[in-house]
Design a protein around this ligand. Sequence first.
Ligand code: 13P
Ligand code: SF4
Length: 305
Amino acid sequence: MTIREIQEEILQLKKERDFCILAHSYQSAAITEIADFTGDSYALSVKAKDAKQQNILMCGVRFMAETVKILSPEKNVYLSSPDAGCPMAEQMDREMIRRIKQKNPDYTIVAYINTTAALKTICDVCVTSSSAVKIVSQLSNDKILFIPDCNLGAYVQKQLPDKKIKLLDGGCPVHAAVTAKQVKAAKAAHPDALLLVHPECRPAVSDAADYVGSTSGILQYAMQSEAREFIIGTEMSIAETLKNACPDKRFYPLSKTLICQDMKATTLMDVYHCLRDGEGTEIELDRATIAQARLCIDRMITLGG
Ligand code: 13P
Ligand code: SF4
């Protein structure tokens, strides 16, 4: 079968089996073309809440599918590739944070959404890359423990100097691998290009950027900008999406290593087999986890909206 034929079958199966397909912006064009909605982590969380279908298939990584299940526990939520996790989400577990929380009882625990459902149960509020500054700025407590991403946390601290943000040593292995030296080399190679980066990059990289934002933020900025050339400091797929969307502009990946294997784990065939043969992994969370984790996700949606 050709890609087009597989896509057509998926669209048919989606209707017959009452599926909504959500895709993160890092997914391939073959997948985003058949998705009901594509967006960044924040937009996916909000959309998931409103989906009318009984079954939801998340093309992304596990924490995204868990977020959908937490917001829609009555629905069947599937992750199309069982291997798609986010390494950052596994870096800190509930026991570790519980101990730190006990030693810092006057701190509000802010969890990046890239965390497990179990860890969310003991946090006060979730944030995403597009909503973190807005949400933290509204918290009445100035003392914040921001987990797990120290780079996003440092970015929030820079925007909100009046807050006292405690950081731990977590982060995205893909974005944190980008160096200031690579920024210098990319700027030297493309002196007229604007640098757009994700806040999961290190401060030395974000500080040199013309724009820092979420995956959707970067896409929107580049599409709307009058500029003609851009260096893209996030997963390679975003530069590819932009090349297709704006053939008259030029996009250069900041580093050749900006590849997230977990986000690449989902293929169009996985989506097809999930819908046709029920091969996806169904997300199962116990009721107590859902109820507790939901508090900090609901708070994120209230403060981030
Ligand atoms: P966004 O919320 O910007 O889509 O980020 C999710 C992510 O995992 C980036 O690496
Ligand atoms: Fe996780 Fe980084 Fe991959 Fe995003 S790019 S899913 S933060 S490992």
